[in-house]
Design a binder for this molecule. Structure first.
Ligand SMILES: [Zn+2]
Length: 296
């Protein structure tokens, strides 16, 4: 957490507040926690970016990528508990960073008497555990450090054929393979369980053992789960950490089929089939042993 749907929601939330605006200031909030990993130093980033305009903000896997008109790229990785916020942080003790942007750089002439909707905007990075990272790259550095080989294609961009090729290469279990950001970027522990349940595939199956039909079902399930979760603005779990940019809870937790539902009836099989929790590579996996049964 946060995974692809939550990070996509953050990007969509901050986009109108940052795109086409000039960065006026970027500073650390008064926070007594251990500082975040920021590279190079915040002072250096701030002096290199101040006055520049954000050309675009987009998501890459589980990162927020802010591209400035000079070509510099600020990559923000929320990791465990990081949030982008424009309102009401859960607390002020864990507010870490603050960006202030100018009013939108607008070239169209204003008519006399128009209301002026343009004003500055402020966004924050909030992080309870402080494992999030912020890094500034030139375009070449970004390609070399973030892209080349380290991040697979985005989970929403993979075709069924591409899924087959990538899963075929690994004998790890399909659940573990889904979490490998080199294989596919954006899926984490929560959505991996949800996707495999919807696809009716046992999480322990070796990825390379999936049939063509199963791979096609997996590809469809990835898209269905992630797109619905984006429409629902992500999942806010019982710890209530994840919030949207406007500090509201997500809604996809209401649709969770198996995640954190051990002992409850399977939504597909009904009473008599209980969701079970197992541990794969130190991470919880939730599944139904009846409709996600490995083939004999
Ligand atoms: Zn079931």
């Amino acid at each position: 957490m946060p995974e692809l749907p939550e990070v996509e929601t953050m990007v969509r939330g901050i986009r109108p507040l940052v795109e086409g605006r000039q960065l006026l200031s970027f500073r650390r909030c008064p926070c007594s926690c251990r500082p975040l990993t920021v590279s190079p130093s915040l002072r250096t980033i701030s002096s290199r970016l101040r006055g520049q305009t954000v050309a675009a903000v987009r998501r890459r896997g589980k990162r927020i990528v802010m591209e400035f008109d000079s070509g510099l790229i600020l990559a923000i990785e929320p990791r465990m508990t990081g949030l982008m916020l424009a309102a009401d942080p859960p607390d002020t003790a864990h507010l870490r960073l603050e960006w202030t942007f100018s009013e939108p750089v607008d070239t169209s002439p204003r008519q006399p008497g128009d209301d002026d909707p343009r004003k500055t905007s402020t966004i924050w990075f909030w992080d309870r555990r402080g494992l999030g990272t912020v890094a500034l790259y030139t375009r070449e550095e970004y390609e070399a450090v973030v892209e080349s080989g380290r991040l697979g294609p985005d989970a929403l961009e993979l075709t069924a054929a591409a899924w087959a090729t990538r899963l075929n290469r690994t004998s790890r279990s399909v659940k573990v393979a889904l979490l490998d950001q080199k294989l596919v970027a954006g899926i984490g522990n929560l959505y991996a369980s949800e996707i495999l349940h919807l696809a009716a595939i046992a999480p322990s199956r070796p990825a390379s053992s999936l049939t063509k039909q199963e791979t096609a079902r997996l590809a469809r399930s990835v898209r269905r789960v992630l797109e619905q979760a984006i429409r629902d603005e992500g999942s806010t779990l019982s710890d209530a950490t994840y919030r949207t940019v406007l500090s509201e809870p997500g809604r996809y937790q209401n649709r969770h089929r198996v995640y954190a539902r051990a002992g409850e009836p399977c939504p597909r099989c009904g009473p008599g089939s209980e969701v079970q929790r197992i541990v794969q590579q130190q991470r919880s996996t939730f599944y139904c042993p009846d409709c996600q049964r490995p083939p004999r």
